[in-house]
Design a protein around this ligand. Structure first.
Ligand code: UDX
Length: 435
């Protein structure tokens, strides 16, 4: 199939590269010429395991190319995917400026039938608006169909998620469009779920909000565990063993962050309000998420007392492991809180240091060269992101390097008894009952 992807950001790039990898001919469009040139010569602007190889392989095989021209993309494809950003507005609702602009651009260059696919995360009924816009701006009155095909990619394993999806959701009201969409996804051999367009759009917000709710649920339980001397890890195992519940996304910690969950939960609240059926449960999900960092900071204050001039090592900057993405990272909020209270913060992250420095996200913190270097003379070590690298650090050396051996584990990465045996005072999340 010949496919165009408009928007070569995170979703567009991974989708385009993987479509090319299964044999489709893909052109990725982006209005940033510098980015287009970089991508064409193999420079990947984000860290995503496996992505560079896939892009390189398919550019070399001439199955994948990049352009800044929407006309070029639309002319040379049967299907046009829209994968542009849908950022939040200050009130939580979704800014659809880029979607509307791309719809107009497509309309202006549309000469024959195309399927226009919304891949970006959009509020329910956006498909209708996209179709309306294309109809209005396409002077040639060409036939087209709009389809919704939400993505469910996790940063850090987006290539694997795209290649082996749990399900593919296609929202379409046209058999012609559906037949073409099925051809796109045939090589992936995954279950395809066909729905109407509105339901497909809703599935995306409902799925992400449900996952966020699961995280807030276990985080609320972690507070109860701390108040009752129980261990949240055992509770999560106990409830997660029930197949109806499942163990994944029941990891208590500092709360969810990143470019999706906070934005999508806020958007779903705004959408429900606009539809006059307020989804107030999600407000509680947000509240619990924010409270998790507050409770953790209180634990640090209760233990270290005054934070001013205390030297604190922080491991982790990214919003989760295996990515260099520091947007909406709870680790960054934590560091800024410590800095605000006058602490001397020494940070290390395997992949997030460059982006956080570039974006000036925690000005005042010292970026250390290694995990051990960050702990030098520190009065406490805070684990904010659960990178595998941190599991394999030599804790005998960490203990020697630190001024006082205290660990605040914000992601329950370490085994409390091992840490205690190594001579550390250990504080996790919801683990006060651990002996
Ligand atoms: C998410 C969805 O998983 C994905 O399907 C969607 O398309 C985009 O949004 P992503 O934001 O990349 O993906 O990360 P994810 O792995 O879902 O984690 C989100 C946040 O939740 C992270 O901050 C993570 O640390 C936190 N989290 C996750 C928990 O605190 N506990 C958990 O059990 C799982």
């Amino acid at each position: 199939m010949e496919i165009a992807i408009i928007g070569s950001g995170y979703v567009g790039l991974v989708t385009g590269a993987c479509f090319a990898d299964v044999g489709h001919s893909v052109v990725c469009v982006d209005n940033d010429q510098k980015k287009v040139d970089g991508l064409q010569s193999g420079h990947i602007p984000i860290y995503e395991p496996g992505l560079e190889e896939v892009v390189y392989r398919n550019v070399s095989a001439h199955r994948l190319r990049f352009t800044n021209s929407t006309a070029d993309g639309v002319d040379h494809s049967q299907i046009v995917f829209i994968a542009v950003p849908t950022p939040p507005q200050p009130d939580g609702s979704v800014d659809l400026t880029y979607i509307e602009k791309v719809a107009r651009e497509i309309a202006e260059v549309l000469k024959e039938y195309r399927v226009i696919v919304d891949k970006s995360t959009v509020p329910v009924k956006t498909g209708e608006k996209v179709a309306e816009t294309i109809r209005r701006y396409n002077k040639a009155r060409v036939e087209f169909d709009v389809v919704s095909n939400p993505e469910f990619l996790r940063e850090g394993c987006a290539v694997a998620d795209l290649m082996n999806p749990d399900r593919i959701v296609i929202g379409s009201n046209s058999d012609r469009a559906l037949a073409l969409m099925k051809k796109v996804y045939e090589p992936f051999m995954a279950p395809i779920m066909v729905t109407d367009i509105n339901s497909a759009e809703l599935i995306k917000h409902a799925a992400n909000s449900f996952l966020a709710l699961k995280i807030s649920y276990i985080n609320a339980i972690s507070a109860i565990c701390e108040a009752s001397d129980a261990d949240v890890e055992r509770v999560a195992d106990g409830i997660g063993a029930d197949k109806r519940i499942g163990r994944s996304f029941l990891n208590a910690g500092l709360g969810y962050g990143g470019s999706c969950f906070p934005k999508d939960v806020a958007a779903f609240i705004a959408i429900s309000e606009q539809l006059r059926v307020p989804f107030t449960l999600l407000q509680e999900v947000e509240r619990i998420n924010g409270a998790q960092l507050e409770r953790f900071l209180k634990k640090i204050r209760d233990t270290l007392w005054v934070l001013k001039d205390k030297r604190i090592a922080v491991w982790g900057l990214t919003f989760k492991p295996d990515t260099d993405d520091v947007r909406n990272s709870v680790a960054i909020s934590l560091i800024n809180n410590l800095l605000q209270e006058g602490a001397v913060v020494q940070v290390y992250d395997p992949k997030g240091m460059e982006k956080s420095a570039e974006l000036k996200m925690c000005v005042g913190a010292t970026l250390a060269k290694s995990a051990i270097a960050a702990t030098e003379n520190a009065e406490a070590l805070v684990l904010a992101t659960e990178w595998d690298e941190f599991k394999n650090v030599d804790f005998v050396q960490v203990r020697k390097s630190m001024h006082t051996p205290i660990i605040f584990d914000g992601r329950n990465l370490f085994d409390p008894s091992t840490m205690t045996e190594l001579g550390f005072r250990y504080f996790g999340i919801g683990r006060s009952g651990v002996r």
